[in-house]
Design a protein around this ligand. Sequence first.
Ligand code: SF4
Ligand code: SF4
Length: 365
Amino acid sequence: LLGFDACVQCGKCEAACPAYAAGQPLNPKKLIQDMVVGLAGGTDAHFAGSPYPGKPVGEHGGNPHQPIVDGLVDADTLWSCTTCRACVEECPMMIEHVDAIVDMRRFLTLEKGATPNNGAQVLDNLIATDNPGGFAPGGRMNWAADLNLDLMRDIPSVDVLFWVGDGAFDMRNQRTLRAFVKVLKAAGVDFAVLGLEERDSGDVARRLGDEATFQALARRNIQTLGQYRFKRIVTCDPHSFHVLKNEYGAFGGEYLVQHHSTYMAELIDQGALALNADTGGSVTYHDPCYLGRYNGEYEAPRAVLRALGIEVKEMQRSGFRSRCCGGGGGAPITDIPGKQRIPDMRMDDIRETGAERVAVGCPQC
Ligand code: SF4
Ligand code: SF4
């Protein structure tokens, strides 16, 4: 409550929020202000700013002795958030909107079993199959059937453990995975994969408020990783990257983890890759939230593109001000309707640059 009370109502979070811009029932400024008045026993009747899209002011109130959701905050407000951290990045008072939202989601998911739309199905899938799509776990390595990859369980130690991620089940992302394997082989990197021993990192379970499933997945992955010797983990998935790098430590999993763009930039600097100049059209680059704002990696993907002779046509909202694509935080799963879709707004940002292609470093974007 003291943290929320620091809000000076500047509206910077509101201006940055993709869910608010899309007309979904979320306004991070009002959320924080409602917490301030509601937890002191008041209502939002005197809130003078912009309401949650589609929700009139004066209908929300609370006190310290009743649940926050519903009453003070509606569930669809919480489920509209993509956890993109644009609000946190802009806030001059260092208010952590996302932590508050995920905390409240935890109550809805774990106490009430009220994860909307496909949320419950995805969480059931994670428990039953270790992947959110509910695919047969035995198919996790089908994308690499002809690549003859080394498995960690067959070799004593490697330099790089390539964490594949659940993009293994997605045909479009499989092309990225195969291309990255080509890069690793071309650079002569000593690497291996976990194969069928890899499980979902737990990212989406945690963002959907299912802390129990997140912790179960994290502990099992940490136990698996603990059997093997490697110098670093490299992954093409910023969500796995973030969780392995920053959230497994609390459970005893401390690793050097890199996004594949960071690792490729290193390989290029070392002269380990002989690159031909790109001959395609112009390119803009979309910064994934979990790589950029969450982990501060803006430069490596651009350095790799530069090394290919590509000059990036930047979007107006790029770098730490990048607009979320709408794919994070389980938002496509909970799927709260608005006036327009966040991905369509991002596609408009891309079109404005006039670039012929868009590069992105995340399977969910
Ligand atoms: S994390 Fe992103 S979507 Fe969620 S409230 Fe903040 S700006 Fe809006
Ligand atoms: S950016 Fe921070 S201080 Fe400004 S309105 Fe939002 S929560 Fe309040």
